[in-house]
Ligand binder design. Structure first.
Ligand SMILES: [Zn+2]
Length: 308
């Protein structure tokens, strides 16, 4: 009735589970409990802190290196493997030297996306680049950072988009995403952009979902579009700020080479409600934009640990 695929990621056992009835999936990494988020009592510090591993004084001492013993530095961004991975080749890019810059520049976004591009070395796999901004969007660290991972299997929602696009192509002989971006560009939901077309999603999967439709499919082709993608992301952040939303999630979804006839990469951003800037949530980009929750507790441990 369900399947379990166990993967060892940097010495941590991670399970990919799938409910065979519905196809719904989750990822379980019990090591993530070590982050003690369930007992987090310290308020967020908006000034640089001695305990923040992403601050410049700590980053070299407190974050891991790639297998070559290095971190990737692009502009002021620093990219390295995630200490608590829930995906293959799961990397983090710290975007700014400043702990809480308030404003993130277009250049900082560009450098950070380049860091992600270079850090995701399995470019031929299924890749995504993701961002939880502020704790009310599920970020456990206030210091701005991107997360990317690649894998042999796309996330649940990315799989759904790719599979359904393939079916659409088989039935209609057309690329759904190309058709969608062309028609949305003529609609009242169109916002800006030409090569990358930015529109409000007519059926949003989160508050004020805005999508940037890229004219490419695979991750390998993304590098040359990074500056334009960054300019668009910065504009969407501006729209959210104008609307009073400061927290947001973002995912950039990619197909693979060979999927060009039916799939297109796109950027999806959703605003999060932050009535309280100190608020934390366990609903982040995996839950909100990939529909594949990241879980800490193995279900078989619940009875043993708490049930008697
Ligand atoms: Zn910091």
């Amino acid at each position: 009735m369900f399947s379990i695929t166990r993967i060892n990621l940097h010495g941590q056992n991670t399970e990919f589970r799938k409910d065979k009835l519905t196809g719904l999936r989750c990822r379980i990494n019990p090591s993530r409990e070590e982050r003690n988020l369930n007992h987090f009592i310290q308020p967020v510090t908006f000034t640089g802190s001695e305990t923040c591993p992403f601050c410049p004084d700590n980053i070299e001492k407190m974050t891991p290196c790639f297998d070559n013993g290095k971190r990737i530095k692009t502009g002021e961004s620093v990219t390295f493997p995630n200490s608590f991975p829930f995906g293959e080749n799961h990397i983090v890019t710290v975007m700014t030297r400043k702990h809480y810059p308030g404003e993130i520049t277009e250049n900082q976004i560009t450098d950070s996306l380049r860091g992600q591009y270079d850090g995701l070395y399995k470019k031929e796999d299924y890749n995504s680049i993701n961002w939880n901004y502020l704790t009310s969007a599920g970020a456990s660290m206030i210091h701005p950072h991107l997360q990317g991972f690649s894998g042999r299997v796309p996330t649940y929602l990315n799989s759904l988009y790719i599979e359904k696009s393939r079916e659409y192509f088989q039935k209609k002989g057309k690329n759904y995403w190309q058709q969608l971006s062309e028609s949305e560009k003529e609609s009242e939901r169109y916002l800006f952009g030409d090569e990358i077309v930015w529109c409000a999603n007519p059926v949003p999967i989160g508050e004020k979902e805005i999508r940037g439709y890229l004219p490419i499919c695979s991750f390998e082709e993304f590098r040359e579009f990074i500056p334009e993608a960054s300019a668009g992301i910065k504009k969407v952040i501006g729209i959210y700020q104008k609307a009073g939303n400061h927290a947001f999630n973002m995912s950039i979804r990619f197909g693979k080479s060979g999927h060009e006839s039916y799939f297109r990469a796109h950027i999806s951003m959703i605003a999060r409600i932050d009535p309280n800037p100190m608020s934390f949530t366990d609903s982040a980009f995996m839950e909100r934009l990939h529909f594949e929750p990241v879980i800490m507790t193995v279900p078989e441990m619940i009875r043993e640990r708490y049930g008697r």
